[in-house]
Design a protein around this ligand. Structure first.
Ligand code: FDA
Length: 394
């Protein structure tokens, strides 16, 4: 039997990074908050993130490292709750951390520390956490949001959507955020898997034989390029550079890979002048893993000593190696996507406090919103910043 509806100042759906931060900030302001999650513990994605060490922020956070239909939207929240703000919080909780690469900060110990910290930040007398409960109904009337969950019911003037996106469904990720948004008339930008491995088909399946080979490259799609490692997999391409570019890639587009990012376009003809007896394969092998270099040269169909090869052919080989065109036939989908791009349209929300313009008291934060960060701690920084913005407002 359903209990009588308990009254709160705000109900937050989803106890991930964004929901926990929002509950903590609102609770510290003395607001009575109900935080509901269908999982059996809070912050599950935090726990598995960064290989268990949580890449909790990036010191290079800036709005241009986020994808959104409105590239300015994230600026306001990101500038009011910054990477140094989150680092100060981590320091206050005596959590040791280190910078790994490219401004990415990780716990020295465990991601569990970040979840424990966020839970600690939620004042016990203000924040009620309800785990393992499914939300069965949401209504809005008389200026209040009514939520039925499990056998219980709650009412509040504010409702925060913080249920993330559908990436990694086996962890309990759902599209629930979009359902709630649509129920209240908010538009949703078509969601798609992002930070996800790309798959190769057709003739390019031959690259699958390179599974396990990695190399430092530059991957580009349109005007966007990332210089990091790429990894060949048994389905296609992965590794940080590919995950990054996948967020910008659309079906039917090629991606370009520079396998020799440190070499000048005329490096082969230069080498030919200096060492004409060196073979092309030896020259390329100096810079690439042998299996990769063999496969690429096989495709280029050029062999022999540099001295016996025409400059024009060598320049063409060099160009191919630095602008290798892959035509991915898809991605590994939500099962492998670190995040979901797209989501609740930013056009519906205030960039200051994340409240829906046409639906007073309704808020959306974190990955549920059409704001997607690069790989490297940016998505958590968005979860903290957007959660903080709404936590100050509800
Ligand atoms: P999040 O998905 O964390 O939380 C949503 C919550 O809502 C979950 O607790 C879920 O159980 C709950 N929920 C969903 N549907 C519900 C429903 N119907 N009813 C009730 N509750 C529901 N980012 C980063 O910056 N650094 C990193 O190191 C990593 N690493 C990483 C590794 C892996 C494997 C993944 C999959 C992702 C990352 N990320 C990351 C991305 C990062 O985890 C992600 O962007 C944030 O967790 C998003 O936070 P949110 O709180 O918005 O959603």
């Amino acid at each position: 039997m359903r209990q009588t509806s308990l009254r709160y100042d705000a109900i937050i759906l989803g106890a991930g990074g964004a929901g926990l931060m929002c509950a903590a900030i609102a609770g510290q302001r003395g607001r009575k908050v109900l935080l509901i999650d269908h999982a059996d513990q809070p912050g599950k994605k935090i726990l598995i993130s960064g290989g268990g060490r949580c890449n909790f922020t990036n010191i290079n956070t800036a709005a241009d490292r986020f994808l959104s239909a409105n590239k300015h939207f994230a600026k306001s929240a990101l500038s009011r709750y910054t990477a140094p703000d989150f680092i100060a919080l981590v320091d206050r909780h005596n959590i040791a951390w280190h910078e790994k690469t490219l401004g990415q900060l990780f716990c020295d110990g465990s991601a569990k520390q970040i979840v424990a910290m966020l839970m600690d930040e939620c004042p016990e007398d203000a924040v009620t956490l309800s785990l393992g409960q499914s939300v069965t109904d949401i209504r809005h009337n008389d200026g209040s949001y009514h939520v039925d969950y499990g056998n219980e019911a709650a009412t509040a003037p504010s409702l925060v959507i913080a249920t993330g996106g559908p990436s990694i469904p086996k962890m309990g990720a759902t599209s629930f955020a979009y359902d709630i948004a649509r129920q209240f008339g908010l538009k949703v930008v078509e969601p798609r898997p992002a930070l996800v491995p790309l798959t190769l088909g057709g003739e390019e399946t031959l690259f699958r034989s390179l599974s396990g080979v990695s190399a430092p490259i530059i991957a580009s799609c349109g005007k966007t390029a990332f210089r990091e490692a790429a990894l060949f997999t048994h389905k296609g391409l992965s590794g940080p550079a590919i995950l990054q570019i996948s967020s910008y890639w659309r079906h039917g587009e090629p991606i370009s890979v520079d396998f020799l990012p440190d070499l000048k376009p005329d490096w082969l003809t230069q080498l030919k002048r200096e060492q004409p007896r060196v073979s092309l394969s030896k020259a390329v092998n100096e810079h690439l893993p042998a299996r990769l270099s063999e496969t690429l040269l096989d495709r280029i169909a050029l062999a022999g000593d540099l001295g016996n090869l025409a400059d024009r052919k060598l320049d063409e080989a060099s160009r191919r190696l630095s602008q290798w065109r892959f035509m991915p036939n898809g991605t590994e989908g939500y099962a492998k996507a670190e995040v979901t791009a797209g989501g609740i349209s930013t056009a519906e929300l205030s960039s200051k406090n994340m409240e829906a313009r046409q639906m007073p008291g309704l808020y959306a934060i974190g990955e549920a919103v059409d704001v997607t960060g690069w790989l490297g701690g940016y998505n958590f920084q968005w979860a903290w910043a957007s959660g903080h913005a709404a936590g100050k407002a509800i």
